[in-house]
Design a binder for this molecule. Sequence first.
Ligand code: GTP
Ligand code: MG
Length: 206
Amino acid sequence: MFPLPHIGPVDHLDISFIGSFPKVSAAPPPNLPEFAFIGRSNVGKSSLINMVTGRKALAKTSSTPGKTQLINFFEAEKKWNLVDLPGYGYAKLSKKHRSSLLTMIRTYLANRESLYCAMVLMDAKVPLQAIDHEMIRWLAERGIPQAWVFTKVDKGRANETNKMLETNLKTLSAEWEEPPPYFKTSSTKNLGRDEMLDFIRKSIPA
Ligand code: GTP
Ligand code: MG
């Protein structure tokens, strides 16, 4: 594990890269509260991690979906871990590869004892995707805490994107007595950062 240099004007967090692991069994010890970023490939997981941490290139981003294939662990503020997982449902991967990635993601989520919250990222401007809905239900059935993160709110026409986001939020919330927290974010416009950091910091023991 090594400390990373500070870059950029945004208030940056104290972050160390712990490592990248091809499978859960090789993951670092579960000794800090952990927040995992999950979502479809290309939804903006790595970009959001960079935005939240105030680091330009902490997690590798790409316009080519399927960039993140390993589980990447970062230690933040010496208090909590942030995990960048591979995207699920990338259509261009073989069915076998897709299903093995989904199995890896689910194995991590179901077994990681230090997992505090699965942050489920969804693109704000597209209709609710079946694979996201399934993941949300899957987490709920297992009692794994989750939060919803709508990404790329800067894209498209503002009122149309917001309308889509609200429709999706309503559909999802209808299945819950008390829906999980949700965030509206844009990594390019730096939106939602304070709210997410506040949520994470308040979730962990002082
Ligand atoms: P995988 O690792 O392949 O699963 O993708 P990912 O979910 O980590 O997505 P990534 O952060 O690499 O972003 C995918 C693409 O979306 C890149 O071209 C980003 O520049 C773009 N992108 C991510 N977040 C935003 C955002 O908030 N606004 C806009 N306009 N583009 C974004
Ligand atoms: Mg990524």
